[in-house]
Design a protein around this ligand. Structure first.
Ligand code: DQQ
Length: 485
């Protein structure tokens, strides 16, 4: 691959460090655009994260694979971009999403190339060093030239590969000419010669959209999980849980992993310690003009460990290693609120982790975060105890006209108790909220005021109690010399 000159990522990070919306403990690129996580891979003691990266500007285009690595999946160092488009080949207009597997001791990337206007052949590249800095595209490219019959050529991409006995297996996301969404399966002895095995799973029901992007298949306990991203994006990430006998996948449960929020195109991997961990792309939620002015776009979610809960649903929780970012701790307990009551906490911050137990007999109860002193900007996170819903309300988060306003809603399981556990991660413009450890909402907020940092709790249409609220001030995931706002 021709070596290209990329600017020093540390300098780029320093230049953007004063931006009050740039998160401090979520992974994001040195500058410009990022979308899907790719190639999650553990190699020689380090976790590697690759990502869809446009090094030229803060909007999608000329997609490369950006690259970072970590000892703990929390603190990261930048590497040079790994895969870049090459003229006259199957990736001349972009190196799209894919994964990395080890074949005969060599980490090998399997990904979708992009040739305008509509070809997305499947490509290979081999690592040439143990830092995974140097990559060589395979002389056998493309290893799959295009979509099988019955699939729209424009809607076939994102290979996901794993080893099964003595063969490689691959799923590719697709949209079919008959309107179904599907994943197609292939197998191979060597990653180069692939045999088409037909549709692995297809659906014309609730999850059927234009196509399924970024399929993932992994074992979780005794079961298998198929995860797909519903395209066009913003429609959510959907899962099927089932049995898989090496040929046929038979789902017994299904549901949204996250519905219609700003979380998309996740990649999950089974790591050597037995955990299945996933990162997902968190989109921006402001105008393209505002994004261009900021000079960066896109964030990775917190690394989330996956599990199947007692009700048979796919759930996630942030990995335990994130506790290493916890700084000063504050505890509030027994805050009773009458109907319509609110209480301003004697604390403020923009990078916080909050664990709370809320109790109410009905009505709505929750917290306000990123509150400006005059109350003109605030973000509301609450539980609707009547409707069993969790809500992230960003309608008052920002006075800017360049910002979208949303009510992001998730159903919460009714366990017939009057308590709900909240786990909230506030990282400047990024909010991730778990309700009762199983429902999650991801959102973005862009207060205009730097003093929009206040915190409060409220109750409406019923009285309630904040039984406990732990708050930690959070540290950053970059070395100190990368700049701090
Ligand atoms: N992003 C990639 C595609 C994938 C989509 C292109 C999902 O490979 O289908 O940047 O966001």
């Amino acid at each position: 691959m021709p070596m290209q000159k990329f600017p020093d990522p540390k300098t780029l990070r320093q230049q953007l460090a004063q931006d009050p919306h740039r998160p401090l403990f979520h992974f994001l690129p040195p500058h410009n655009w990022m979308n899907d996580p790719n190639g999650l891979f553990f190699w020689k003691g380090r976790y590697h994260l690759f990502y869809q990266y446009n090094p030229r500007e803060a909007v999608w285009g000329t997609i490369c694979w950006g690259h970072a690595s970590s000892l703990d999946m929390v603190h990261w160092v930048d590497h040079p971009p790994a895969l870049v488009p090459e003229k006259g080949t199957g990736d001349e207009n972009g190196c799209w999403s894919g994964c990395i597997v080890e074949h005969k001791g060599v980490p090998t990337a399997v990904y979708s190339g992009f040739v305008e206007p509509e070809r997305t052949p499947i490509m290979l590249a081999h690592a040439e060093d143990d830092h995974l800095d140097a990559w060589k595209k395979s002389s056998m490219n493309p290893v799959i030239a295009g979509a099988p019959g019955g699939v729209r050529q424009t809607d076939f991409r994102d290979p996901y590969v794993w080893r099964e006995s003595d063969r490689w297996k691959m799923l590719v996301g697709a949209g079919m000419t008959n309107g179904d969404s599907a994943v197609f399966s292939y197998d191979s002895p060597d990653l180069v010669n692939w045999t088409y095995r037909g549709p692995f799973f297809r659906d014309g029901g609730i999850s059927s959209v234009r196509m399924w992007e970024c399929p993932n298949l992994f074992p979780l306990g005794e079961r298998y999980v198929l995860l797909v991203s519903l395209f066009p994006d913003l429609q959510g990430v959907y899962y099927f849980i089932g049995d898989y006998d090496g040929r046929v996948f038979s789902p017994t449960e299904e549901g949204y992993f996250e519905r219609g929020s700003l979380f998309y195109a996740p990649q999950a991997r089974l790591f050597p310690d037995g955990r299945v961990i996933l990162f997902g792309w968190i989109l921006e939620d402001r105008s393209e003009q505002a994004v261009q002015r900021a000079g960066w776009a896109g964030v990775q979610s917190l690394p989330r460990q996956l599990a199947i809960n007692a009700q048979g649903c796919l759930v996630s929780r942030p990995i335990d290693e994130l506790k290493n970012l916890r700084g000063e701790h504050h505890l509030f307990s027994g805050i009773r609120l009458g109907s319509g009551g609110n209480f301003r906490l004697p604390l403020a911050g923009q990078c916080l982790e909050v664990e709370a137990v809320l109790a109410a007999e009905g009505g709505r109860m929750g917290m306000d975060i990123l509150v400006s002193p005059d109350g003109s900007e605030y973000t509301r996170i609450f539980v609707d105890f009547e409707e069993h819903r969790g809500v992230l309300d960003t309608t008052h988060s920002s006075l800017s006209k360049q910002v979208n306003r949303r009510m992001l809603i998730t159903p919460i399981r009714d366990d017939s108790s009057n308590e709900v556990r909240l786990h909230v991660w506030i990282d400047r413009s990024v909010i991730e909220v778990w309700f009762n450890d199983d429902a999650v909402i991801t959102g973005r907020v862009y207060p205009t005021r730097v003093d929009a940092r206040g915190l409060g709790v409220f109750s409406s249409d019923a009285s309630g109690e904040v039984k406990r609220m732990h708050i930690w001030e959070m540290g950053q995931i970059w070395p100190a010399d990368h700049g701090k706002a």
